[in-house]
Design a protein around this ligand. Structure first.
Ligand code: ADP
Ligand code: MG
Length: 567
């Protein structure tokens, strides 16, 4: 390589060598009259007539006009040396921005793949195959966008043997099996982009080795599992990447933009971030509650209730207002207070900002297992092992009413969003709906299968019940008519939550998955995997803007907070 900086080619003064690749060196250049800066790629070594023609083919990018493809401004010959004049992008390449070995955040990966696939799809539609998709050929544009360069550099007739000094190892890292056999097709670009996505996900490309080893591995070795390398990568993401890395181009996605769309879809199933991990305890009915503004989370574990600022690593405070274990927590809709139920037969009310205890509600004769607020934050209802519902004045702690009717422990109560009705359930498997003023029963379902959790849809129209027989049932709230039975779980369901817009239900239990599904159709939308033991609580954050989060808790008392699907 001879640096020819200082020389003039045509009307361009070569200022500085920027780098060099397979076929040429790139110089930062200035147009001698217009004083404009360009990047000029000059042929580096003698080419056969055939390869010269192939190099000239790069000029086909003249036709390409796309925000994610480098603009070629001019093309010429200086004697027998051809050169290409491109816009100069001073922002560097993706390889410089992200050195090898560094996994990237999923959001960045999705953003890159979206732009690169748009560029490739456009070129494919124009009849071009890039053939050299690699981070060295991805430049950073003026607005931070990714700009693909070097179309058509590697040739159809090109073989490694012909050109050993090709610096080809970098390229071979991502090269599709059919391309190493000189049969590059559009899907070869998809393969290379997927191999790069693989590298961005875990920091290493699918295969490493010498050039012949790499070629052989791309041809014959299945890519190692991403999830074995990083357990937080979802099965959905892995599936998408592995499909695009299929050895047979016919088994990949039909187009590179389909690959990008599938990756984006899979990325909507994010991995949870662990907020808390404490020692395992058995048989706990755990519970979680979001603050109304959606930034804090109250976690009831048996020894205490703790309040977390989501995203921060430490609890704001941790407190136990009970003389025995805490069994459940509820955040008042006005945001000011927390209510907890306990094994000491009481319901306790405390300040949600500083953890100070305020009011004791005494009257239950056995362990209290569940407590919820009325929508106006004035009252509470609780239930538990003594099989009665108690309605409390939240200011005085006095019992307002006692409702009897359950034949076994009450495990869950739900107050209708309009405040008019109460629904309760438990080990006896019945759902009982009462008027919250007259305390008269509105309807009651017959039942035998224990129900662990009941939730009123935020729009007030439906009730969903998490059942021990691995189903979730959805009832019309007014009449008790069964509308839907969801059968996606493979073991007992212990927890559920509605999305704030009442469109989705998140449910979970002993099969350790959280399933997001539509109660109107009964169809599964997403599966969240990350818990290692049975899920016992799920809470969906209130809508603030459009982003919502789902918190879940398992028997190991690991709380995960997930990005909820976009609605
Ligand atoms: P390779 O892509 O194999 O690295 P190239 O000859 O295509 O080799 O380019 C060499 C280097 O020159 C690139 O890695 C990049 O850093 C730089 N470069 C190429 N084109 C441009 C451009 N249009 N603007 C700015 N820098 C560029
Ligand atoms: Mg290049």
């Amino acid at each position: 390589m001879v640096d020819i900086s200082g020389q003039t080619i045509d009307s361009y003064l070569l200022l500085r060598r920027l780098g060099g690749g397979t076929f040429g060196d790139v110089y930062l250049s200035e147009h001698i009259h217009r004083k404009e800066l360009f990047a000029i790629k000059i042929l580096r070594f003698h080419l056969s007539q055939e390869n010269l023609q192939l190099f000239l083919n790069e000029a086909r990018v003249f036709r390409l006009a796309h925000p994610n493809i480098i603009r070629v401004r001019d093309f010429g010959m200086e004697g027998d040396v051809p050169f290409i004049v491109m816009e100069y992008l001073p922002g560097g390449t993706l390889r410089q921005m992200h050195p090898r070995g560094q996994p990237l955040p999923l959001t960045s990966i999705v953003t890159y793949v979206r732009q690169l696939s748009a560029a490739l799809q456009y070129a494919h539609d124009e009849g071009l195959v890039h053939r050299d998709v690699k981070p060295e050929n991805m430049l950073i544009g003026m607005n931070g966008e990714i700009v693909l360069s070097d179309f058509g550099i590697v040739t159809t007739s090109y073989t490694w043997g012909e050109n050993p000094q090709a610096g080809a190892a970098g390229t071979a890292l991502y090269m599709a099996p059919e391309q190493s056999q000189a049969r590059a097709v559009r899907a070869s670009d998809q393969y290379a982009l997927a191999a790069l996505t693989y590298e961005w996900l875990i920091g290493v490309p699918p295969f490493l080795g010498t050039l012949p080893e790499l070629t052989a591995k791309h041809l014959f070795t299945p890519p190692p599992s991403l999830r074995r390398r990083d357990a937080t990568i979802s099965a959905e993401i892995e599936q998408v990447v592995l499909k695009a890395l299929a050895k047979d181009p016919a088994h990949r996605f039909a187009s590179v933009s389909e690959f990008a769309a599938a990756l984006e879809e899979a990325a909507r199933v994010p991995v949870g971030t662990t907020l808390q991990a404490i020692a395992p305890q058995d048989k706990q009915l755990l519970s979680l509650a979001w603050s109304p503004e959606g930034t804090r989370l109250a976690v009831a574990s048996s020894d205490a209730v703790s309040v977390w600022k989501v995203g921060a690593g430490e609890a704001l405070f941790r407190v136990n207002w009970h003389r025995q274990q805490v069994t459940a927590v509820a955040w008042s809709p006005d945001g000011s207070r927390l209510a907890t139920s306990g094994s000491d037969c009481t319901v306790q009310i405390g300040n949600a900002d500083n953890g100070q205890g305020l009011v004791t509600c005494a009257g239950h004769h056995e362990e209290v297992l569940t407590v919820v607020w009325s929508p106006d934050s004035a009252r509470l209802v609780s239930g538990g092992a003594d099989r009665v519902l108690r309605i409390w004045d939240a200011t005085t702690g006095k019992t307002e009413a006692v409702i009897v009717g359950h034949g076994d422990d009450i495990l869950s109560v739900a107050w209708s969003p309009d405040g008019a009705r109460l629904a309760s359930t438990g080990y006896d498997g019945t759902i009982q709906v009462h008027d919250s003023q007259s305390h008269k029963q509105t309807w009651m379902s017959s039942g035998a299968v224990p129900i662990y959790m009941l939730a009123w849809s935020p729009d007030g129209t439906r009730l969903a019940a998490a059942r021990y027989d691995a189903t979730v049932q959805v009832y019309e709230a007014m009449t008790g008519r069964l509308q839907q039975t969801y059968r996606g779980h493979s073991d007992g369901v212990f927890a559920l939550a509605w999305s704030p817009d009442s469109v989705f239900i998140a449910s979970g239990g002993d099969d350790t998955t959280i399933q997001i599904w539509r109660p109107d159709t009964g169809l599964l939308v997403h599966t969240y995997r990350g818990h290692k033991r049975g899920i016992r609580a799920i809470a969906w954050s209130p809508r603030k803007g459009k982003e919502t989060q789902i918190a879940s808790n398992d028997l190991e008392q690991v709380v995960l907070v997930w990005q909820a699907p976009y609605v």
